[in-house]
Design a protein around this ligand. Structure first.
Ligand SMILES: Cc1cn([C@H]2C[C@H](O)[C@@H](COP(=O)(O)OP(=O)(O)O[C@H]3O[C@H](C)C(=O)[C@H](O)[C@H]3O)O2)c(=O)[nH]c1=O
Length: 182
């Protein structure tokens, strides 16, 4: 595996090693010892998998008091993945990073705790699987508005299919004023 830094400290892109032979291919998507250098002391306690159709936009979500680190992989299709730095002591607070992740790219994304996360499906459908460093706590979840002008995230063109929760996300300023940042 090859690990690459991104513009946001701690967020890593991981190129997986894929073993091809006449039957197909094999890859390891997680290995405790090998990933310790990437995820540090964080341990994973929950695995998630979401399936979405073309144009679905999920996010931007995070947990306030129990922020989750996420090790994410696209196992089918292609998405535009976005993370927003909400770590108060970070020099890149409020900055976002977006990247295309595709199943055939065999690339994972490590998102430390303290980031809002969202994804936008570019293919007919996409399956996104991710390991989390804390359990899901719906009462602790916050939704940052995907099209907050303060963030100015350059989402790819195209129709956006959102949940009602995501259509009614709060602005970064509002979440800050309400004390609902991680
Ligand atoms: C997140 C989650 C959801 N659920 C249930 C709650 C709802 O009945 C249903 C759909 O939940 P939601 O609409 O919040 O799912 P997403 O919009 O995919 O949320 C995720 O979207 C972005 C991309 C993320 O990074 C987060 O992991 C997560 O917030 O699954 C669970 O049972 N466990 C969970 O961990």
């Amino acid at each position: 595996m090859k690990v690459h830094d991104t513009a946001l400290a701690g967020v890593k892109r991981i190129e997986l090693e894929v073993y091809h032979d006449e039957r197909g291919s094999f890859l390891e998507s997680y290995h405790a010892q090998r990933y310790a250098a990437v995820v540090g002391t964080h341990r994973f306690v929950q695995d998630n998998c979401s399936y979405s159709g073309r144009g679905v936009l999920r996010g931007l979500h995070y947990q306030v008091k129990h922020p989750q680190g996420k090790l994410l992989r696209v196992s089918q299709g292609e998405i535009f993945d976005v993370v927003v730095d909400l770590r108060r002591d970070s020099s890149t607070f409020g900055r976002w990073e977006g990247m295309v992740l595709a199943a055939d790219g065999h690339t994972q994304l490590w998102i430390p705790p303290g980031f809002a996360h969202g994804l936008y499906v570019l293919s007919d459908s996409a399956v996104v699987e991710y390991k989390c460093t804390d359990i899901y706590r719906p009462d602790d979840e916050a939704c940052l508005r995907w099209n907050d002008p303060e963030l100015a995230i350059a989402w790819p063109e195209g129709a956006k299919v959102l949940s009602s929760k995501d259509r009614n996300g709060a602005s970064l300023t509002q979440l800050h004023e309400e004390g609902r940042l991680p």
